[in-house]
Write a protein that binds this ligand. Structure first.
Ligand code: MN
Length: 260
């Protein structure tokens, strides 16, 4: 008996409780001893919110950034990591949200990224069908404790402490594909205190959003609510308390945070 059959035949799971479950075996209607808040992002032009299931991020997806991180972009297959869902820090358009400088680092970096938000899932999705899974797009910062990421990499240990920490994923509202179309080109830039730092084009991605979805779906079954940070261009760099980050992607409202 496989795992799925075991759980579905188990008395622990009541009939119907599996509906809407990401994976079998967890009864979502069961009583819980305390409340864990859901992580939702507003959807522009809608009274619905986008429920975030998982945050995936691709590494080194612009050639010049891969080189600045010390790898050869021509030979490296795509690789992914995750942030915890509650690392989301929603940043409303037209506001500057306070973003706390995190503990344990002396080299805190910005990474400006396009984020694809999935409304459907699946396994082994062909590239030609992959964009059908996208519900919408937004922009986000993959904030990184670069010193910890590098130190762990040097020791061949997991990157997690450098990438996956509280509020490491500032993000804007979700814009539906039906309103924006897909983002395959257009300017992506980031300023610190009004000075341009990152400045590139989405068409410089090594692996397109469609290719990322396809590749990721070979490793994990994808589900509605999964979001994918699609990588950052070159010229990542540090911020300190008091700095204001503003990022832009053509077709989306800018996102701004102040490091406090
Ligand atoms: Mn990144």
């Amino acid at each position: 008996m496989d795992r799925r059959n075991f759980f579905q035949s188990s008395a622990l799971v009541t009939s119907g409780a599996l509906a809407g479950c990401a994976l079998p075996g967890v009864a979502q209607q069961a009583k819980t001893p305390f409340h864990v808040p859901a992580v939702n992002i507003p959807i522009v032009g809608s009274d619905e919110v986008f429920p975030v299931r998982r945050i995936y991020c691709i590494g080194r997806n612009y050639a010049a950034h891969a080189r600045e991180m010390g790898s050869d972009p021509t030979r490296e297959p795509p690789f992914f990591f995750q942030k915890p869902t509650d690392a989301i820090q929603f940043v409303p358009a037209g506001t500057v949200v306070d973003h706390p400088y995190p503990p344990l680092t002396q080299n805190y970096h910005y990474e400006a990224e396009l984020v694809a938000c999935l409304g459907a899932g699946g396994r082994n999705i062909p590239v030609a069908k992959a964009l059908d899974l996208v519900y919408g797009y937004t922009l986000g910062l993959d904030m990184t404790r670069r010193d910890l990421q590098r130190a762990m990499g040097d020791q061949k240990k997991p990157w997690e402490i450098g990438k996956s920490f509280d509020r490491s994923a500032p993000i804007g509202a979700v814009h539906k594909v039906s309103q924006t179309g897909h983002f395959t080109q257009g300017a992506i830039w980031l300023k610190v205190n009004g000075q341009i730092k990152q400045n590139a084009n989405l068409n410089q991605m090594i692996w397109s959003v469609a290719e990322q979805i396809s590749k990721l779906s070979e490793a994990n079954e994808l589900f509605p609510g999964d979001i994918i940070y699609s990588g950052t261009p070159e010229n990542v760099g540090p911020v300190v308390r008091g700095d204001v980050i503003e990022m832009h992607i053509d077709g989306l409202p800018n996102l701004s945070v102040k490091i406090v």
